[in-house]
Design a protein around this ligand. Sequence first.
Ligand code: NG6
Ligand code: CA
Length: 512
Amino acid sequence: MNTTIPLLFAVFLFYTCQPPHPVEQETDRMPNIVIIYMDDLGYGDVGINGSNIATPNMDKLARSGLVLTNGYASSATCTPSRYALLTGSYPWRNREARILPGTAPLLIDTAQMTLPKMLKQQGYFTGIVGKWHLGLGDGNVDWNDKINPGPNQVGFDYSFIMAATQDRVPTVYIENGLVVGHDPEDPIEISYQQNFEGEPTGKDNPEMLKMKWHHGHNNSIVNGIPRIGFMKGGKSAQWKDEDMMDTFLERAKSYVTQHADHPFFLYYAMQQPHVPRTPHARFAGTSGLGPRGDVIVEADWAVGDFMQTLEELGLLENTLIIFSSDNGPVLNDGYYDDAVEKNGDHLPAGPFRGGKYSLYEAGTHVPFYISWKDKIKPGTSSALICQVDLLSSLAQLVGSDIRARDSEELMEVFLGNSEEGRDNLVIEATSRTAFRKGNWVMIPPYPGPELNQQVNIELGNSEDYQLYNLETDISQQSNQAGSNPELLEEMIKSFALIRGDNSSAVKALELK
Ligand code: NG6
Ligand code: CA
């Protein structure tokens, strides 16, 4: 009897009767990597840090792995932090790395090494879902055509993004360079200079608004919300803010489902709790702290639902998950949304001074968790680490020899095997820089207001040097610069070695 047919049949059965996503148990398969990146989530907004907002899913994720209590974003605003995350380069090395308008050209050189490019070289499928805010095209984008270059040209195989921020035009989703739901009969035009004739604005048409602007945010109106920048057309493509969480979540889930059989990287860049805060009706009113609290509850639910998907796919044992935020918290960031009025005694920044835009700790000292089931032991690490380190550290993990200039090899710290983090770190806030070394932080003198009155946040500006010991003074209340001249000088010198001659610290030292 011919045995080939039953054998082929058995082979056929073997392959077709497998569960849809058999996770290969080869021990040497490289882990999937997911970065869940929040927008303006503060250290104290998460339950494990004493938040008044319930975040059971973020807490669970944190407790399942390593909680990095000295984890930093590279900047106190979005674009520079994201730039550093993806390039492994300090944002202050690139003058253009600052909060970008929706029409800005792509900030990352397409020839530059990036985190997704490095992973792609190691055989990963790479994707981004969510907020981009790193510029698109050459500065003269036709939104009705293929938008190029963008995420797909700096290492992402798949992209489903909002171009800039939720409060900036264009208010459309872009998938692999094409506006989703685009209607050629209703072409999209975008300008950050002037309005299009006959188009209503937040400034002139307050009767059309469901959310009022406090500062900025008085240009085009989309979905009853006034935005930064002017937009005309694209009605069928415009997003509904209240559905954004579900939209991104669905894409993130389908991405991991589709790529479950192959090592993947997902940069899941959520929009909460950045303004405008627009919780879906399912979450409106759930936090008791107004829309800012509600969108954190919403985001937390999304984290839980996403994690459940990974679990159902059997991927948890083979997926390294990093959770962090692009910068610190802000209450009033330009809309009247009750964030201040309903905050009560909640401390979005936890024990830290300042907030978004600030050189004080709250600007960059953010939630930072890393989880990998059965591989990373649950625990806490106080090692000093920064998002800029992810490129070189993940390269170590996946066996790539690519390293980036400012990105340190700290995989052993991330895995919980070592407490030896960075020796020092340069942090950035709206083009100013400060220096942490060990437990000390030195902020050079900067002119300008001490307080940004619109957002009510202390920026860190002062005529004098500031020197704080975070070990004994986590809230930066006691300036030690006067009583510690030797240490101050040492700090300034080490800072200058990294920061170069342009640093204000060096200039100030020379003037002394
Ligand atoms: C500021 C906006 C603020 C926010 C921020 C970017 C005004 C007055 N303020 O310019 O609302 O959009 O840019 O935030 O327009 S970030 O998290 O993307 O850096
Ligand atoms: Ca942000």
